[in-house]
Design a protein around this ligand. Structure first.
Ligand code: FEO
Length: 175
């Protein structure tokens, strides 16, 4: 049995993961409109991942006899300025999610809820990997430069990263 406080906090996290999924879907659509095909594929995969993160919490809540609530999702923006600005926003959002996961861990400790504490360890690892991935993309954009002549190469780099992520997923591991 899960405490009301822990359950409410997990349901709030469902909303954050759900928003991330829609935010990244909106980014995928913007990339597609701007002609960034590789980045659109990357953001679609990220959006699907966020939906999985959300559903993982749903299933956990069922297991501990709680009630998982479908969240209301705020309208995500539709325009993201430049490809660099878009990835900066992704990185910022991932940092926000990491902080929220750490807050959940703190609550699980306060509630002496070792089951939820254990469940959250997967998210801690996942957030470390997500932040590292977004930082590496921003580093590459910095190296290549994001002037008009560089956009095609940036998109090709992101397409390559996306293929590596897909291959790692298929092999059952993270890159
Ligand atoms: Fe599920 Fe990337 O936060």
């Amino acid at each position: 049995m899960i405490s009301d406080r822990m359950l409410a906090a997990l349901n709030k996290q469902i909303g954050l993961e759900g928003y991330a999924s829609f935010l990244y879907l909106s980014m995928a659509s913007w990339c597609d409109k701007e002609g960034f095909e590789g980045s659109a594929q990357f953001m679609h995969r990220q959006s699907d991942e966020e939906r999985e993160h959300m559903l993982k919490i749903f299933h956990y809540i069922y297991e501990v006899d709680g009630h998982a609530l479908t969240p209301s999702i705020a309208q995500a923006p539709h325009d993201f300025g430049t490809i660099r600005e878009m990835f900066e926003e992704v990185y910022k959002h991932e940092q926000k999610v990491t902080k929220s996961i750490h807050d959940l861990v703190a609550i699980s400790l306060e509630e002496k809820d070792h089951t939820t504490y254990q469940f959250l360890q997967w998210y801690i690892d996942e957030q470390r990997e997500e932040e590292a991935l977004m930082r590496s993309i921003l580093d590459r954009i910095k190296l290549i430069g994001d002037g008009p002549q560089s956009l095609y190469y940036i998109d090709k780099e992101i397409e390559k990263i996306n293929k590596a992520e897909l291959a790692a997923e298929a092999a059952g591991e993270e890159v």
